[in-house]
Design a binder for this molecule. Structure first.
Ligand code: MRU
Length: 345
């Protein structure tokens, strides 16, 4: 790795009048921001995965609500609140698994219902706060998670839980960044089929900062663990149930089962906005199914094709396979033995 740069690329930029979204579908070949002026556009940006990653989806949705109020609010429009509500409903239908989306939208709606002043200013301040709180939480989690890695020879991450998936710094990649500062050098990333968040985003994001990493095919993970090169799998989360079960990118469950077999530990890093207190266990979490065309070769995309695809994009790892859950409020070791994550409530 020759070029050393210190800055991370922002997934989202708020200008005060529009939301600029980095199109993660075209990375790493192209760095392109699209501009959004309304909630419909932001909904499409989330559904199409221009922006992805649980915290980033929540932050984008919060700015989407601000744009909605900017479009509809006027003293001459008695229906503006109803119109904003409809936009919030549309935003909430964009993706089902990441709870940060619903958390951010509820937070925005509650403030909208309670406040009496200028709704644009109030909601813009709140969306900016959701964004900056997320970055602060990531730095805190980075510090807490890295404390468990002082002896680690190597780590592996899955999907992209970095700056691109959050307000900045990242969850799992935040911990890896902090551990890198302490001397961790062996960082493996799984490709993360079918969307290749690992191969296209994670290794690119790290390289932007001059951090070297090693990409592996997803199917090489068991053999990597068998080699003894890694002590930890470090991942983010889309939703954590109260008992500590974790929904995350498809493949996290298989990695956790493999980790158990090989004496490798599993660390989940997520802000408390990713905990869904209403879910007592992971089986209640809705798993997003995406279109077959994301998996299938084009020759199978016709009506009389005999080949279909099953494309769940998340899975649930039971708490008993997880060694540590890191949040900005603290660390839960062996959540299955601690009544899940309830001590953080
Ligand atoms: O489908 P994606 O790319 O939105 O899935 C992202 C993940 O599964 C991440 O691991 C999770 O959202 C945590 S991001 C900090």
């Amino acid at each position: 790795m020759n070029s050393k740069k210190s800055s991370t690329t922002d997934a989202l930029k708020w200008t005060g009048t529009q939301l600029q979204v980095l199109d993660q579908r075209v990375l790493p070949e192209e760095i392109r921001y699209d501009n959004y002026h309304d909630a419909q556009g932001v909904t499409e940006a989330i559904t199409s995965m221009r922006v992805r990653g649980a915290p980033a989806i929540g932050i984008a949705a919060a700015y989407g609500v601000v744009l909605s109020v900017m479009v509809h609010y006027s003293e001459n429009n008695p229906n503006w609140q109803q119109q904003v509500k409809e936009d919030i409903k549309q935003l909430s239908d964009s993706r089902p698994t990441a709870v940060n989306l619903f958390w951010a939208l509820e937070t925005m709606q509650k403030t909208l219902d309670a406040e009496k002043g200028n709704p644009i200013a109030i909601l813009e301040t709140l969306a900016r706060k959701i964004h900056s709180d997320d970055i602060a939480a990531n730095h805190k989690m980075g510090e807490l998670g890295a404390q468990l890695l002082t002896e680690a020879k190597g780590v592996m991450t899955h999907c992209n839980a970095g700056a691109l998936a959050t307000g900045g710094y990242g969850t799992a990649l935040g911990v890896i960044r902090s551990a890198y500062q302490q001397g961790l050098r062996k960082i493996y990333a799984g490709e993360t089929r079918p969307w290749l968040q690992g191969a296209r985003l994670t290794v690119w994001e790290l390289a932007q900062e001059g951090i070297a990493s090693t990409l592996i095919a997803d199917s090489a993970a068991a053999w990597l663990m068998k080699s003894g090169a890694i002590d930890w799998i470090i991942v983010g989360a889309d939703r954590i149930a109260a008992n500590g079960d974790v929904a995350n990118k498809i493949g996290t469950y298989s990695l956790s089962v493999l980790a158990k077999q090989h004496g490798v530990k599993v660390m989940v890093v997520a802000p408390t906005s990713t905990i869904d207190w209403a879910m007592t266990h992971g089986e209640q979490i809705e798993i997003e199914q995406r279109q077959a065309k994301e998996l299938l070769n084009e020759c199978y995309l016709n009506d009389d094709s005999l080949v279909d695809a099953w494309n769940p994009v998340f899975d649930v790892t039971p708490a008993h396979l997880i060694s540590a859950i890191i949040t900005e409020r603290g660390v839960v070791l062996n959540p299955a033995e601690q009544n899940g994550v309830r001590c953080l409530q």
